[in-house]
Design a protein. Structure first.
Length: 323
């Protein structure tokens, strides 16, 4: 966790400054204890970090759910590939400046409005579709949008007489983050052109048995009814799909997050972190001595000014901030 990373940085600074030969000879290692323990009944699983926990929960959720997407049913490995895409989307979204509403940015990406090759006229047409999507998922509000003079997008959300303003500047639309989001979102955009339903496998089987044949010519292709039964979820964005699957995977699980090795029993510590036949460790190396020396001096040295300049220069690029 963050506290452990701080302590690790202090220890690495000590060894780098006082015992550099340990690093040069490859004798310094970082233990990799698990951050989580997941328990279900008598079964226990140790998970290294947040990524491993997500993977475990996704596997559990996928085994019991089907996504009725506008492009067709997604289940099993097919659904997992869609969730891998959703996880990559979530990772990229962490680099979006916090002043923007993440829902708006995600819908802009899915609607193609972040395409860097668009003319003003093309973006205007796409923004109209984005506004429709936002309004369809926010039934009590009325959304409008227009392009600003500099090429940004100004959204207005009217809800019970109160108008909220959301402005996405042209500088963001032209940024590397926006281009990456557009490229990634376009890979699975057709799965989210309209709201889909996440349905339990058992519920889907029961519905199939009770279903009546649809007369020829009736129904709309790619349209999922906006009616959900118990245990079902409406899904219109990758983030919603991922959250719903993770919640499904958590059912029946007791998840313990270790704040430190002191919370483990001696046998657990041996089994997960110290046993040579089972443990995982990272060897500390220094491939570029001058670069390592510069970063240690800049961030861990006694002079404050270089550290302050580093923080100011990189403040907007931070993905995970601990305050």
């Amino acid at each position: 966790d963050v506290d452990g990373a701080h302590i690790r940085t202090l220890l690495l600074t000590f060894f780098y400054r006082q015992m550099p030969e340990l690093i040069e000879r490859g004798h310094l290692f970082i233990a990799q204890p698990p951050l989580y323990k997941a328990t279900k009944g008598r079964s226990e699983v140790y998970l290294k970090d947040d990524s491993a926990l997500d993977e475990y929960l996704v596997d559990a959720g996928v085994s019991s759910m089907v996504f009725e997407a506008p492009s067709g049913h997604r289940s099993g490995q097919d659904l997992k590939s869609l969730l891998d895409h959703a996880r990559r989307m979530r990772t990229l979204m962490r680099y979006v400046p916090r002043r923007y509403d993440p829902v708006i940015i995600e819908v802009l990406a899915l609607g193609g409005a972040l395409d860097p090759t668009f003319t003003r006229e093309q973006r205007e047409a796409t923004v109209a579709e984005v506004t429709r999507r936002l309004e369809s998922g926010d039934e009590e509000a009325r959304w409008t949008a227009r392009l600003t003079e500099d090429g940004g997008i100004h959204f207005e959300r009217l809800w019970r007489g109160v108008t909220d303003h959301h402005i996405v500047e042209a500088t963001f639309l032209a940024s590397a983050e926006a281009r990456k989001l557009h490229t990634l979102a376009s890979e699975q955009a057709e799965s989210f052109v309209a709201a889909g339903k996440l349905v339990p496998l058992k519920g889907m089987a029961a519905a199939a048995e009770d279903a009546e044949p649809t007369p020829e010519g009736e129904g709309q292709i790619g349209r999922v009814p906006n009616v959900v039964a118990r245990g079902e979820s409406l899904v219109a964005r990758p983030s919603q799909l991922l959250d719903a699957i993770l919640a499904s995977g958590r059912k029946g699980l007791a998840i313990q997050r270790y704040k430190g090795l002191g919370e483990m029993n001696a046998d657990q510590l041996w089994e997960t972190t110290l046993d040579p036949s089972n443990r995982t460790m990272l060897r500390v190396t220094s491939d570029d001595v001058s670069a390592a020396d510069m970063i240690f001096t800049q961030l861990m040295g006694e002079v404050v000014e270089p550290r302050r300049e580093f923080i100011q220069d990189n403040a907007l690029n931070v993905a995970n901030l601990d305050v």
